[in-house]
Design a protein around this ligand. Structure first.
Ligand code: FAD
Length: 468
């Protein structure tokens, strides 16, 4: 569709714009290429123009102009999302928010920052006061806080604090609507879930207020086991030890670590299934005792690694969550992945069962988390890709035995399965984006009036209506 870009440019005088097709294409992409299906579907997607906002007033000017000219707007933080979330299916404007970097206020237990602030930069500002964010994605050093809330789910810290889906992990959001005269909304409590993980379809986040936790120099440890099921059981049991503060508990089946974790390879003997652990220094002795009780081998210990050896090693969290997939993909482009949930209380049985059944075609990678207060695990298993049909069959097999898949090979909110849109979400979108100009094509419920909201799936971010 042709938009009146000349009229838009006239309205946006003084705001940095980019029209060079190669650069526009670059800013129209995220990490969608993790999925061979999305790569096939989205490779040609590009915007008409990129608008770079550096102040909140500039965001409002861009939204107002686009609303008046009926030009779609797809927000972008750092573009590290995985599902084509930040890709402008209908063209138009990519609204780059990476210039909104102000840390507005740090107080006891909370921080307020602009949406484009890099997550690690927020922590760097909080640490002198002895505080840090409760949770962050493994893209800590590159992702924006607004992009994490609009496109992410959880990660490092989720073993203690749960995920973004949990009430209390986002205190408040300042959001702009997509109208000729944009309104500013202050959302808190359950209201934040209208915008969290909505891919920017329900408003543009300008500022976020997040809770903080005590900061630590986290110890990084890798524990080895001869047996995958034993490694998973150890991680589950350590997850339940509430008196030992932890930030990360990942289980990765051999031979993935030995094959793909190049820099840590000297620490990883063949055949060892590993558990990545970030634990607070105050829990050091307790952690060592607990690990000894389980017969785990301490393969890597950040306390024991000399400064010379530590040089060049990535932080442990950059071996975890979707960085595990990235490291495998870098060495083997035929790798892709799934996102699964092993529901409590059967998580260990289900993880062991599917690992035994699908073996080296779908090597196991578990991330232990608090889910509705219980310790359980997500899976980000790798998949040795052959065909899209086989990928669908693998997904179907997981679901058939009670392992829900949040399908990372779909670009709509509903099919991705993390976000349940419902009547309340849709009503909010009608108010916040009446012409449907925000990131069009990502919310099926908007495009299909007869969409079935209660399609019987497991959603990570459940709908609002009917929540008890
Ligand atoms: P973007 O990719 O720019 O945007 C994400 C979505 O949010 C898009 O739909 C975009 O349109 C929308 N958006 C961006 N900014 C705004 C705004 N201000 N207002 C409204 N909408 C907005 N995710 C996790 O949850 N946990 C992980 O541990 C994790 N690990 C990852 C590891 C790797 C190697 C990769 C590639 C991805 C990983 N992800 C993870 C996914 C992704 O990194 C995170 O979700 C990240 O926080 C996204 O931030 P971003 O700034 O890059 O957002």
């Amino acid at each position: 569709m042709a938009y009146d870009i000349a009229a838009l440019k006239a309205r946006l005088d003084g705001i940095r714009l980019e029209e060079n097709p190669a650069l526009v294409r670059q800013r129209s992409r995220d990490f969608y290429w993790y999925s061979p299906t999305l790569k096939r579907q989205l490779d040609t997607v590009t915007a008409d123009i990129v608008a770079f906002a550096t102040t909140q007033d500039e965001v409002l000017t861009i939204l107002a102009a686009c609303a008046e000219l009926a030009i779609p707007v797809t927000p972008r933080g750092a573009g590290t999302g995985n599902y084509g979330q930040a890709m402008p299916l209908a063209g138009g404007v990519v609204l780059d928010l990476s210039g909104l970097t102000r840390i507005v206020e740090i107080a006891h237990g909370r921080v307020r920052a602009e949406a484009g602030a890099i997550i690690a930069d927020i922590d760097a500002a909080c640490r002198p006061g002895g505080q840090e964010l409760r949770l962050h994605p493994s893209t800590y050093r590159t992702a924006s806080i607004g992009g994490f809330i609009a496109g992410g789910s959880g990660g490092v810290g989720s073993i203690t604090w749960g995920g973004l889906r949990d009430l209390g992990n986002i205190i408040g959001l300042k959001v702009a609507t997509m109208e000729p005269q944009p309104r500013i909304l202050a959302l808190s409590g359950e209201e934040v879930q209208k915008v969290a993980h909505a891919y920017g379809t329900n408003g543009i986040i300008l500022e976020v207020e997040m809770p903080l936790a005590p900061a630590f120099e986290w110890i990084e440890a890798i524990i080895g086991f001869d047996d995958f099921a034993r490694a998973a059981a150890y991680a589950n049991a350590l997850g339940e030890q509430d008196a030992m503060l932890k930030k990360l508990l990942s289980v990765i089946a051999a031979p993935l670590p030995q094959t793909y974790f190049a820099r840590h390879r000297p620490y990883l003997p063949a055949g060892q299934h590993i558990v990545l652990v970030m634990v607070a220094p105050i829990a050091r002795a307790a952690f060592d005792s607990f690990t000894a009780r389980w017969g785990g081998r301490l393969l890597f210990d950040s306390d024991a690694v000399g400064t010379e050896d530590a040089k060049g090693l990535p932080p442990l969290y950059e071996l975890s969550w979707n960085h595990t997939t990235l490291r495998a993909l870098r060495l083997d482009p035929a790798i892709t992945y799934l996102q699964t949930l092993y529901p409590f209380p059967n998580q260990l049985d289900l993880a062991a069962r599917i690992h035994a059944e699908l073996g080296d075609e779908v090597p196991a990678h578990l991330e232990f988390v608090r889910f509705d207060g219980k310790v359980t695990c997500f899976g980000l298993p790798l998949v040795r890709f052959s065909t899209e049909e086989r990928l669908e069959a693998i997904i179907a097999r997981h679901e058939a035995i009670g392992i829900p898949v949040f399908n990372p090979h779909r670009y709509t909110l509903e099919e991705g399965g993390m976000k349940q849109t419902d009547a309340a979400q849709l009503a909010f979108k009608r108010a916040a984006d009446p012409a449907g100009l925000l990131n069009p094509g990502k919310m099926i419920a908007w495009d299909q009036p007869d969409f079935d909201f209660g399609a019987g799936r497991t959603y990570l971010f459940a709908g609002l209506a009917g929540k008890d």
